[in-house]
Design a protein around this ligand. Structure first.
Ligand SMILES: Nc1ncnc2c1ncn2[C@@H]1O[C@H](COP(=O)(O)OP(=O)(O)OP(=O)(O)O)[C@@H](O)[C@H]1O
Ligand SMILES: [Mg+2]
Length: 256
């Protein structure tokens, strides 16, 4: 079964940036790479592919439309739904030499998220046996968790900015996960966009959020510059502050 890593947190804290940089270290590791790495963009707005320099033509949301309104040649009433979904996974999966990616996207109709989330859960279950590691860039806010898409997560990373409000939201995400009985083997806090002048009181933040800190990622102007220019975050220079910090997080997660 795959080691599932979920990156969660409130909107705009840097989940996609952290996910893209984590992927970089996952695929740099020969053992992890050999067992297969799948990244899932679970944000309906689809943004991780850009951070990775990829284009996604089809999402789970699109498949949902096709299954709901079968008009394409692929649909066959005699084909069991399980087999049809299996076929569809491969159709939407973007395959690269070192990793594969699927994007959740959004259904066109109003309110069909539950079904798309159900499909995502189904896919994660199926793909767990095909990949050694599955990294999920979760949707902003808590809706995604409340629908239990990320249940049975091995490593949960809750990203927070360096504000009291951010710490409170991170703590709320953890409490919600617990109240929903979502199985997290381990949960860590990741502090992101931390100003260079900040004095990080580890003990106090860990007490406030109830999570051990996996790492502190500084505010890095190269990240903003890359995002502004539309360059893939995956290609940030090796010695940039954010890359060095995420390397430490990666080492921490995989040394335990
Ligand atoms: N360490 C960092 N230093 C500087 N800028 C950063 C850093 N991390 C993220 N950013 C910037 O913060 C913004 C939000 O980042 P990102 O898109 O990764 O957040 P997100 O949590 O995935 O957002 P959303 O909730 O919309 O999915 C981006 O403009 C990104 O360039
Ligand atoms: Mg994002």
């Amino acid at each position: 079964m795959a080691h599932i890593i979920a990156v969660a947190g409130k909107g705009g804290v840097g989940k996609t940036v952290i996910s893209a940089l984590l992927l970089r270290f996952l695929i740099e590791d020969e053992d992890i790479r050999r067992d297969g790495v799948l990244v899932i963009d679970a944000d309906p707005a689809v943004s991780l592919p850009f951070a990775l320099g990829l284009e996604v033509k089809k999402t789970i949301g699109d498949i949902r439309e096709e299954i709901a309104e079968p008009s394409g040649i692929i649909f066959d009433e005699r084909m069991p739904i399980d087999m049809l979904l299996e076929y569809k996974i491969d159709e939407i999966m973007v395959k690269r030499p070192y990793f594969s990616l699927i994007a959740m996207g959004r259904p066109e109709g109003v309110g069909c998220y539950c079904l798309v989330n159900d499909m995502l859960r189904h896919f994660i279950g199926k793909l767990s046996s095909r990949f050694g590691t599955i990294l999920i860039d979760c949707e902003a806010g808590l809706e995604h968790l409340s629908r239990r898409t990320t249940q049975d997560v091995d490593t949960m990373l809750v990203v927070s900015d360096f504000t009291k409000r951010g710490f409170k939201t991170a703590a709320a995400i953890k409490s919600l996960a617990e109240s929903l009985h979502i199985e997290f083997k381990r949960i860590f806090l990741v502090l992101n966009k931390v100003p260079a002048s900040a004095n990080v009181h580890f003990d106090e933040i860990e007490r406030l959020t109830g999570m051990p800190i996996a790492g502190v990622v500084p505010e890095d102007e190269i990240v903003s510059k890359f995002d502004y220019e539309g360059k893939p975050i995956l290609l940030l220079p090796e010695d940039s502050k954010a890359v060095l910090a995420v390397r430490k997080i990666f080492e921490r997660i995989f040394s335990v």
